[in-house]
Design a protein around this ligand. Structure first.
Ligand code: 2U9
Length: 354
């Protein structure tokens, strides 16, 4: 019995892994294990022999089982230590920075515009990017032969042969959205129309698709003075500093009178600083909505009047975030986003209400 005990206790002690240990368990106390077989012989013994052999065998079986269990734990601990050694991690090492995306600057500026104009009571209007040329041109007082049509280098989607309805166009401005908004809700109305617009034009400073926002405010007695106030409030909130504007007389088919609007700025080391200074930077076009446009939208120009404006979002994004090259907006490689410090969205608030 003693050598049986020593044989298994030594073998268990030097078992290399759990598989070897399981093998030993089967050999020793398994169904056909050596000790199990010995226990089956108890039946053939005399009561005196069974008196000693029985307890001795049970004690041996228990000792073998507890040696097996202890060895199993020791092997498991050793395996864990080994893994811990192998997977030792210097927790003081800086973590791998998870590249968090950020909102594209154009989307961010659209959000900022929406928030600032919402503070001045402007709702957001949206509409189809594929327009028919009545909404994109005629309603905006740009008749068939008007040079603006050509100027706006339009993507036309000609109708099928024999289909003489006006062609579809990719909208060249978001103005048709305001026409639809006026048709839908009449006056008074105060909306901005942010969105993508399309012009067949691609060079250093133009891209076939570019983001725009236009605004419209129609009521009983809205004037150019209101326009100037609204634009100065917008740019001051947008640039986070008091911004003065300069109006220069201009002409657009859909506004009369019309003005191109500049914001005050200065140049320091080749970069523009918006706000104070003796320089001006053109940022948008605007004017009092032409009576013919109001009529086209079903609004009576003898009762209602108001202003409209339009600006390129990429232009004011480049100004605010100091991005030199427009096209960087389009081959979006995240690195330049980070380079220009784009992080989580902050919504600027207005200093004063209308
Ligand atoms: C309606 C009536 C009038 C919107 C206007 C401009 C002048 C303008 C350009 C600025 C830069 C387009 O993005 S840009 O290239 N826009 O100069 N837009 S007035 O006039 C409207 C709009 C809607 C019903």
């Amino acid at each position: 019995m003693q050598e049986l005990r020593d044989k298994y206790i030594q073998a268990i002690g030097s078992a290399a892994d759990e598989a070897a240990l399981e093998e030993l368990r089967v050999q020793a106390v398994g169904k056909k294990g050596e000790i199990s077989l010995k226990m089956r012989e108890l039946g053939k013994m005399t009561p005196e022999e069974r008196q000693t052999a029985g307890p001795a065998l049970n004690a041996l079986k228990d000792e073998i089982n507890s040696a097996l269990a202890a060895k199993k734990t020791a092997l498991a601990d050793a395996a864990l230590d080994e893994r811990l050694q192998a997977e030792w991690l210097d927790v003081t090492l800086p973590g791998r920075d998870r590249r968090v995306g950020s909102i594209h600057p154009v989307s961010q500026v659209w959000e900022e515009c929406t928030a600032i104009f919402a503070d001045m009571g402007f709702a957001v209007a949206e509409g189809p990017q594929v327009e028919d040329d009545w909404y994109n041109f005629d309603a905006l007082n740009i008749p068939g032969h008007h040079p603006a049509r050509a100027e706006m280098d339009t993507f036309y989607m000609h109708r099928a042969a024999g289909d003489d309805r006006p062609p579809h166009v990719l909208r060249t401005h978001t103005s048709p959205v305001q026409i639809r908004a006026m048709q839908a809700q009449g006056a008074p109305i105060r909306v901005i129309a942010p969105g993508r617009v399309y012009r067949a034009d691609y060079d250093q400073t133009h891209t076939p698709m570019f983001p725009q926002v236009e605004g419209l405010a129609i009521d009983r007695d809205i004037s150019m003075a209101n326009l100037k106030w609204v634009l100065e409030e917008f740019f001051s909130a947008y640039f986070g500093t008091k911004v003065k504007t300069r109006f220069r007389a201009s002409h657009f088919p859909f506004t009369e009178p019309s003005a191109e609007v500049d914001i005050q700025c200065s140049w320091e080391g080749g970069t523009v600083k918006v706000g104070e200074g003796d320089d001006w930077l053109e940022v948008l076009g605007s004017g009092m909505v032409h009576p013919k446009v109001l009529e086209a939208a079903g609004v009576d120009p003898s009762q209602w009047q108001g202003f409209a404006f339009g600006m390129g979002i990429d232009r004011i994004a480049m100004l605010k975030y100091g991005i030199p090259d427009l096209r960087a907006f389009f081959d979006s490689d995240l690195r330049w986003l980070r380079h220009y410090g784009f992080s989580a969205l902050q919504v600027p608030t207005l200093r004063g209400g209308i």
